[in-house]
Write a protein that binds this ligand. Structure first.
Ligand SMILES: C[S@@+](CC[C@H](N)C(=O)[O-])C[C@H]1O[C@@H](n2cnc3c(N)ncnc32)[C@H](O)[C@@H]1O
Length: 264
């Protein structure tokens, strides 16, 4: 199987062409079905259609993952319960319901500002899976604040609420015309935790190619898919270090174009 590849086209069709039990880690950040304006994807499917479609790519992910494989799915409030249920019904084992808390959420006028996205973390096997705790430990309050002798000297495993700024229009990390780029640091945490060097990471919804880019930086192999030609070309340029050639979107930086976070 060819690895380090960016497929242009529908992810379910492409996933079907890959061999079973070939992937170590799936990270998926699918469209949340909340009316985001993507290049070609319709983010306003009827409920049943979105549910059935989600079931299809999650079942394909299960087929593709090795027995010790792991899946993380980022999802908004609107479909988090459904995706959680589909994962369980597909045969995955629940590990964490992670909340990504982000700064720079969109201000609301008549409800509380939304400042989170769910990340559902499941494994294919209940017991056997990669969890590199030593790669991700952080200093604990016992160590930093209380100088407590009981503190574990190697630090603690991070909590299940993660704080990373979202990638705003004016940020240096922002790449091209895409409404919902994930921060690289979030992917770093996931990839370091749940894979090893040389492992194969799959992201069916490439977008700007954050997963593939971080996998490449961390010496993992990757496969990603994207059905928009424009976004596909952004991913290729990003992976090849040709970021300056990617057309920037003035509207995003001026805040005039709706992003994912305006629709929530
Ligand atoms: C939420 S974005 C992913 C953003 C990505 N995580 C990033 O950091 O840039 C979802 C992407 O999935 C793509 N997409 C939607 N349906 C698809 C499909 N059936 N096959 C492949 N890509 C699809 C959209 O074009 C969009 O770019």
């Amino acid at each position: 199987m060819e690895v380090n590849k960016v497929y242009l086209g529908d992810c379910i069709k492409k996933m079907k062409t890959l061999p079973a039990k070939s992937i170590d880690l799936v990270f998926a950040d699918p469209p949340f079905n909340i009316g985001i304006k993507y290049d070609v994807h319709n983010d306003n499917m009827p409920y049943e259609e979105y549910y059935n479609w989600s079931e299809k790519w999650i079942k394909e992910s299960h087929r593709l993952l090795k027995d010790k494989g792991t899946i993380y799915i980022a999802i908004g409030d609107e479909f988090a319960s459904e995706i959680n249920m589909i994962l369980k019904k597909t045969g995955f084992y629940f590990r964490n319901w992670i909340v990504w808390y982000y700064t720079f959420g969109q201000n609301q006028r008549k409800k509380f500002n939304r400042a989170h996205t769910h990340i559902l973390y499941f494994t294919k096997d209940k017991e056997g899976f990669t969890f590199n705790d030593k790669n991700i430990r952080i200093s604990s309050a016992r160590q930093l604040v209380y100088n407590d002798r009981r503190a574990n000297p190697i630090g603690k495993i991070p909590d299940d609420v993660w704080s990373f700024s979202r990638v705003c229009g004016t940020f240096k990390e922002r790449i091209g015309k895409h409404p919902c780029q994930m921060p690289e640091n979030l992917l770093k945490l996931i990839i370091k935790t749940s894979s090893n060097e040389g492992d194969l990471v799959l992201d069916p919804f490439g977008g700007t190619g954050t997963t593939a880019t971080v996998a490449q930086k961390l010496k993992r192999n990757f496969i990603t898919m994207e059905k928009s030609k424009e976004y596909h070309s952004i991913i290729l340029k990003r992976l090849n270090g040709r970021i300056s050639e990617i057309e920037q979107d003035e509207e995003f930086s001026l805040g005039e174009q709706k992003t994912l976070f305006d629709c929530m």
